[in-house]
Design a protein around this ligand. Sequence first.
Ligand code: PMP
Length: 300
Amino acid sequence: MEEATYIWMNGALVPWGEARVHVLSHALHYGTAVLEGTRAFGTPEGPAVFRLDDHLERLVRSARMIGLALPYTLDELRTATLRTVAANGHPACYIRHLVSRGYGEMGIAARGCPTDVSIASWSWGALLGAGVRLMTSSWRRNDHMVVPTAAKATGPYLNSVLAKDEALRAGYDEAVLLNAAGHVSECTGANLFVVRDGLLATPPSSAGALEGITQDTVERLAADLGLRAVRQELMRSDLYAADEIFVCGTGAGIAHVASIDGRELGGGPGPVTAKLTDAYDDAVHGRDERYRHWLTPVAA
Ligand code: PMP
């Protein structure tokens, strides 16, 4: 990875190489951490973080869902995030928040462990290239009756890691996971939309999918473009019958799917995907006044 200079850790900026936790930290053993992935983009006014408060609010909700005490307020986290990006001098970057149960006691219960909070930023390109070759995973999505799937928590990401690994070993770029009931849930690090006859559809969070901020962004952009988008249960065959499929997430941006389980969807992005990609690019780069409220300038 491309190292930056500083990481904010437990209240202070520390040199990149000194942002450490103890090997007996609770989170390392039991997956008790929540995270956020956010991006800052170059805009005419300099770097700005896209939907920062929405990401921080999800972080706070995730921590609450897994019973993790978060020792900072949202205001403090916002200030710390902007300080980190500014200190690292990025024109654009990826930002990773991590709130993890720390070192102090051992054992599942371990109520006396402190909470570690870190904010790192670094330069990171799109996680998926355009023209994603998707496969249906043999792994099922985490079930909401087993873990709170709406929480962006580290433990449950093992499910994504297994599915991604399987897809790469099989020569694909990314996996789509079905849930225990066989309905489409999401990809390993992105939500998914299908387009059919001009209508956009994406699985609801009850299908085991994360409440994606890019998913929400796409829905709002679609509405402003006069396109209809619904959240509904999708079957595997809905993927095969789609005119267009795209995946979306902070890391991936909007990436069109070229094929699903070897079934080709046509060469480039379809017309709906292309329209939404342009609208998204304009929004994140501050080129569309209607969405300026989604951008928090780093310098301010
Ligand atoms: N689903 C999963 C499993 C993810 O890891 C991500 C990335 N955070 C997403 C969906 C997309 O969420 P967002 O648009 O908020 O980045």
